[in-house]
Design a protein around this ligand. Structure first.
Ligand SMILES: C[S@@+](CC[C@H](N)C(=O)[O-])C[C@H]1O[C@@H](n2cnc3c(N)ncnc32)[C@H](O)[C@@H]1O
Length: 283
């Protein structure tokens, strides 16, 4: 795909530069077969900036003084954000029984009912909202339960959409029956079919930008981490470091949910598999 009939020339050298930059900053691997996809995602940036060639665009990314704002847009353009409410529904069924069991054991040992959960690549919010709805549905009342869900992603556009919490009703097709009515309301009369996530759900979540490759400012340990459909884009060494860091941030016995095509086999032995891409921290 050297040049061709494309609107902008995209040399292999420019692709290599972009691919190296994405790998070192975001962790995402972009092999040569992704060149066409990268062109498609970045071409809008070139048009928006009025930049005539990819070589010029790479120059901008190299320029430490000018690149700051563009780097955010660059990363936003490169990431793949596919997600959905109650994606991999068995994770949420497991989460519900795990939380109920944990609550019972905390009550028995007279521990405070305190749960910390992290959706570590939350995209446009459907994952953390599914977690929050599951939490609310797990207990008759959460008045005496201290629940906090941290939802992070590198992509600032996705975080804006997540914070807004407005989705088309079709997005809830995989939600358990009754959840859409219970946890969302009609967004407005003008936007037919749009649903707004209720405050009772939103209030459990804090959205923040976080690059998983950088330092994690969170204090305290998590009972549950969702790290789904993100490490699939990372190489094995990056995955090893990441899951080891996650284990460090989890209570013993805490649960890690990963994506359907991901595995910790030969990556991290600090978790035992419970099946169906569900893991428990054991060391
Ligand atoms: C395919 S989506 C998965 C969303 C959700 N976890 C799910 O399974 O439905 C992958 C998300 O990972 C985010 N991501 C990619 N690299 C990241 C990084 N280095 N740090 C944080 N988030 C990252 C992307 O922005 C994107 O929103």
């Amino acid at each position: 795909m050297e040049g061709g009939n494309k609107e902008f020339d995209f040399s292999d050298k420019d692709f290599e530069f972009i691919s190296d930059m994405v790998k070192s900053r975001v962790g995402i691997m972009l092999p040569y077969k992704k060149k066409q996809m990268v062109y498609g995602r970045l071409v809008r940036r070139l048009r928006a900036l009025g930049i005539p060639t990819f070589t010029e665009y790479c120059k901008l990314l190299r320029d430490e003084k000018k690149a700051d704002e563009e780097l955010t847009q660059f990363v936003n353009a490169i990431t793949t954000n596919l997600t959905g409410f109650f994606r991999e529904a068995h994770h949420f069924e497991h989460l519900k029984s795990y939380l109920q069991d944990l609550q019972q054991s905390k009550q028995k040992s007279k521990e405070a009912s305190c749960f910390r959960l992290w959706s570590s690549a939350c995209s446009s919010g459907q994952e953390p909202y599914s977690i929050a709805m599951t939490v609310l549905n797990s207990f008759p009342s959460i008045a005496n339960i201290d629940v906090k869900i941290l939802a992070t992603d590198i992509d600032t556009n996705m975080l804006d959409r997540a914070k807004e919490g407005i989705y088309h009703e079709d997005a809830f097709s995989k939600a358990p029956p009754g959840y859409m009515k219970e946890y969302t309301s009609s967004a407005s009369q003008e936007s037919e079919g749009m649903r707004q996530v209720k405050h009772s759900v939103k209030d459990l979540i804090r959205f923040n930008q976080l690059n998983l490759l950088n330092a994690w400012p969170m204090k305290g340990l998590f009972d549950v981490i969702f790290c789904r459909n993100v490490v699939i884009y990372f190489d094995k060494d990056t995955q090893r470091v990441l899951f080891d860091r996650m284990a460090e941030k989890m209570h013993m016995g805490a649960i890690l949910y990963i994506g359907h095509s991901e595995s910790l086999f030969n990556i991290c032995d600090r978790f035992e598999s419970l099946g169906q891409t569900i893991y428990r921290k054991i060391k």
